[in-house]
Design a protein around this ligand. Structure first.
Ligand SMILES: [Zn+2]
Length: 170
């Protein structure tokens, strides 16, 4: 768990967390960092019927040219948490070993939810089959760390102060 905290610190330097928190802005920064657009796709609560990952309400679909995050949430906080969880998978590099299209029962569901989504263009779907695995726990911890950090007052001023005083002693 300590490793994950260190990894999170590193990632929050690479992809700065907006203060005040702004989900759209953060997602845009992640997209820029990864060099791939991210499309947020709100769906009905429960539309994934528990086939999503994490709390069962979100799904990351990697396509050839972009990434889609589907989320079914009844509150803004819940939406943020689902999105943060899926972004955790992205930033922690969980996409590479995800199941490919055609071997999950999610395919049929996807074509119902998003008819415009060409299944051929999907590189991988990270769904519930990963639930309970180490990657699920890691993504969940990432989401928790991110949202806690997002709600904290900006810490840079104190970092600036300590640097300032350290330098003065030289
Ligand atoms: Zn997950």
């Amino acid at each position: 768990m300590e490793d994950l905290t260190a990894r999170f610190e590193e990632l929050s330097r690479l992809v700065p967390i907006p203060h005040p928190w702004d989900t759209t802005e953060y997602v845009a920064r992640v997209a820029e960092y990864r060099g791939r657009p991210i499309t947020l796709c709100p769906i009905d609560v429960g539309a994934l019927s528990g086939n999503g990952c994490g709390t069962g309400s979100g799904l990351w679909i990697a396509r050839e040219a972009d990434d889609v995050i589907m989320y079914g949430a009844d509150t803004e906080w819940h939406a943020d948490h689902i999105i943060a969880h899926e972004i955790g998978h992205m930033l922690l590099g969980h996409g590479e070993t995800a199941s490919g299209p055609g071997d999950t029962g999610v395919d049929l569901l996807l074509s119902e939810l998003m008819p415009s989504l060409s299944l051929e263009s999907i590189r991988s779907v990270l769904g519930r089959r990963d639930y309970g695995s180490e990657r699920e726990r890691a993504a969940e911890t990432f989401a928790d760390l991110l949202l806690v950090e997002a709600m904290l007052p900006k810490r840079s001023p104190s970092r600036f102060r300590s640097t300032f005083f350290r330098n003065r002693h030289r």
